[in-house]
Design a protein around this ligand. Structure first.
Ligand code: ADP
Ligand code: MG
Length: 380
């Protein structure tokens, strides 16, 4: 069973609010990071895939800028000169500004957004929105833009205009993913490789949310910088933590105190694990992939200290119940645990794991599953 993108909702919202049919419809997916956590800002690889859940952007010509979303059905008049930070339309204005600088924007547009990607849950609804908007508006202006360009426009919109300190992973996977494949993205070089991922991936929401802006995440980023500095003082010549050879980790961690030594060890071993996981996908070896997920979780838990008890509980329970692997995905300190479950028992294990979580924390976690879907595409 595949989930259809909300094209009808976007079309009827457009029709209802603007009184005509949209001329261009584009959709882009949310994403799940299979492996490669806290490697992106250290020059390492990430291995995300696009979810089946998607954001649809419907646009039509207009002399000014106005937008609606199923999340905010009141018509919003946009002034792309003025980015209203903290408001969802900032993402649209950001895209309009970046397209405008490149001569790819129309003179105005009506936009209607409908999405099945949960917003603000670490599944990258923002990149789904900016990537789809970039292509939709460029098409409206008569330009065909390839996925690479849509990803670049969306990155600059979110990073430079909206002001989010993000890397390029989210926009890259939303634009360039392939159905039934995960995408190995080497953030150091920009290289992208597609590896087959045919299995269903289960998601268990811990229900724990932490605001990361300015807090724990920035502290980790800074600790990584210090760790690199300490490694270089010890004679290491790497320009980024991810470039440190795995064979050097033992010696370095003996000389670099906590927390910096363990932070370094996480980034270096996670880099190696992520590339091994991509190789495991290439040879369709889900057993090895599952083991790497669990090792990745242990590294987040002990070396990077970015897990939380709810996530540890879910990962341990999943492994006990026979999962091939599980780990906390996303920046950390809460969010979602992903699990690879044996297909013949997946429903049963997912239900049992939910009950165990309820017994420990007094509430059922939200449980759902997805598959690797396609990246950016035009819709009819
Ligand atoms: P994530 O990308 O993990 O979902 P972000 O905080 O980066 O979380 O982005 C979420 C924000 O993106 C929302 O608060 C909203 O401003 C915007 N957004 C995403 N999807 C939609 C949508 N369908 N309609 C309106 N705004 C959206
Ligand atoms: Mg985002």
């Amino acid at each position: 069973m595949t989930i259809a993108p909300p094209v009808r909702q976007a079309t009827s919202l457009f029709l209802e609010r603007f009184g005509s049919r949209p001329t261009v419809l584009v959709s882009a997916p949310g994403r799940v990071n299979l492996l490669g956590e806290h490697t992106d800002y250290n020059g390492g690889p990430v291995l995300p895939f696009a979810m089946e859940q998607r954001t649809v952007v419907a646009v039509g010509p207009a002399s000014t800028w106005r937008a609606v979303s199923t999340l905010d059905p009141d018509i919003q008049d946009l002034n792309p000169e003025l980015i209203e930070r903290g408001h969802w339309t900032a993402y649209l204005s950001g895209v309009i500004r970046v397209l405008g600088r490149r001569g790819l924007a129309p003179r105005g547009a009506s936009l209607a957004v409908a999405s099945s990607v949960p917003a603000g849950s670490g599944l990258s609804s923002s990149a789904a929105l900016t990537v789809a908007t970039a292509r939709a508006l460029a098409n409206l202006a008569g330009h065909r833009i390839p996925p690479e360009l849509a990803a670049d426009v969306a990155f600059h919109a979110e990073h430079d205009e909206v002001g989010v300190r993000c890397g390029r992973m989210d926009q890259t996977v939303a634009a360039r993913a392939r159905a039934d494949h995960a995408l190995l993205f080497e953030t150091g070089t920009g290289e992208v490789l597609h590896h087959p991922l045919a299995s269903r991936v289960w998601l268990f929401d811990t229900g724990v949310r932490h605001r990361l802006s300015g807090g724990a995440l920035n502290q980790r980023r800074q600790e990584c910088e210090v760790a690199l500095g300490l490694a270089r003082e010890l004679g290491c010549r790497a320009e980024a933590l991810a470039a440190i050879p795995e064979a050097d980790v033992g010696d370095l961690v003996r000389s670099i105190p906590a927390p910096w030594g363990p932070r370094l060890r996480h980034v270096v071993t996670e880099t190696a694990r992520t590339r091994r996981a991509a190789a495991a996908l290439a040879s369709r070896d889900l057993t090895t992939l599952g083991r790497l997920l669990v090792e990745g979780h242990e590294s987040l838990r002990h070396d990077f200290q970015s897990s939380c008890p709810e996530a540890d509980h879910l990962v341990e329970g999943a492994v006990e119940l026979g999962a091939l692997g599980a780990r906390l995905t996303g920046a950390g300190w809460g969010g979602t645990v992903i699990a690879l479950l044996p297909p013949e028992r997946e429903e049963q294990i997912a239900a049992e794991l939910g009950l165990r979580f309820q017994a420990a924390y007094g509430r059922l976690p939200q449980v759902w599953s997805t598959r690797a879907g396609p990246g950016l595409r035009s819709e009819k």
